[in-house]
Design a protein around this ligand. Sequence first.
Ligand SMILES: [Zn+2]
Length: 164
Amino acid sequence: MVLQYYLLLRSVLRTKPPLRQCLVRCRHCRIFFLTHPCNAGRKDLGCPFGCRRAHRKQQSTLRSVAYYRDPIGKEKKRALNGKRAKPKSDADRPAVRPAALESGSARWNRLMLEYVRMLVSLIEARSVSRTEIVQMLQRVLRQHSLGRRREIDHALIWLQEHPP
Ligand SMILES: [Zn+2]
């Protein structure tokens, strides 16, 4: 999959040499990807294939750990826990559903969708809407056989569970 991605990336860069300046490397998994021209040359970016989201989550966890560690935060946490103690059945918690299993446009990973939208806009040198991207992706997926589609879905689910 990564090899296919790199072959595609190379052919895109061959046909659109100005996009070379947008080529950056993920600071976490070192994969190459294209970024928006305003981020060109940066070395502190996370790729949109999982690292960005995983590390954003990690940062917010670190922030809340630091927050609850200080005495005022602790007091607030205690108050929160007191409030939370009343309705404790599992039914109250929202069910967590993998994004890839949802139907319609909600099925698409938002970050990925935005990335594809930016890429297509850059490559085609015009502004492309998210709806247009969803329609395009649906068209592409329809062309694949069911078996191939399952393979992609499995790969996407796997990628979401194990960010590179
Ligand atoms: Zn990465």
